[in-house]
Design a protein around this ligand. Structure first.
Ligand code: DX5
Ligand code: ZN
Length: 213
């Protein structure tokens, strides 16, 4: 299981130190939540702060766009060269076109599904993306409770991916803790995002290790 701490729960007063700490603690990716105040009822950070985060990080960035204008934000964040750039399927009229655009920057494209969105909605573009991100909370805030119906969706998506012989990774985001990690693993998740659980822990390393085990 790969672990991607979400810096949404970090102390932004010492962001550089926080990012260095999670990287030193052995995380696999640094998850960055970009919110525009329109697609979700919260507003976070732009390319200036994400650029500073990219400088501090010794692990690849995993940028999660929660925005209305995906193409605009893709162009804004592409120069920061994240490993993954993910956009919400609910907010994109031309996902296939956007996937090609993300790939043209040498970035791995990923698609995010809100809790109500069926895995079927990405059936015909699954082969074009490197990762599918299943939201296990409503996007917008850290520290919310895990929505149990996500488990069924992970299982369905796992079958779709394996059945088609694809290598698309499944990432799960929201309410992940050491209490539900075994359920996520059994259902077929490859990567977990965790914000509150890791950053409220006295030892980032112990928290990350507990999710990997
Ligand atoms: C929610 C974000 C998540 C969030 C996860 O919109 O996409 O990445 O930070 O936070 P926790 O792990 O606290 O639920
Ligand atoms: Zn996220």
């Amino acid at each position: 299981m790969l672990v991607a701490p979400s810096i949404l729960s970090a102390d932004f007063g010492k962001l550089q130190k926080e990012i260095e700490a999670i990287c030193d603690a052995g995380c696999d990716l640094v998850h960055i939540d970009v919110m525009d105040g329109h697609f979700v009822p919260n507003l976070t950070i732009g390319p200036v702060v994400v650029g500073a985060a990219a400088k501090a990080a010794t692990k690849p960035l995993d940028i999660h766009l929660m925005v209305e204008n995906n193409t605009f934000f893709t162009e804004l964040f592409a120069p920061l060269k994240p490993k993954y750039l993910s956009f919400h399927i609910e907010e994109e009229k031309h996902p296939h076109r956007l996937i090609q655009k993300i790939k043209s920057y040498g970035i791995s494209p990923a698609i995010v599904l809100n809790p109500h969105t069926s895995p079927k909605s990405i059936e015909y573009i699954l082969e074009d993306i490197d990762m599918a991100l299943l939201m296990s909370v409503n996007p917008g805030f850290g520290g919310q409770s895990f929505i149990p119906s996500t488990l069924k969706k992970i299982e369905i998506l796992r079958k779709m991916i394996d059945g088609a012989g694809l290598k698309t990774l499944i990432e799960v985001d929201g309410g992940v803790t050491d209490k539900n990690i075994h359920l996520l693993k059994n259902a077929g998740a490859d990567i977990v995002v965790a914000g509150n659980y890791i950053f409220s822990s006295p030892s980032y390393k112990k928290a990350i290790d507990s999710l990997r085990a």
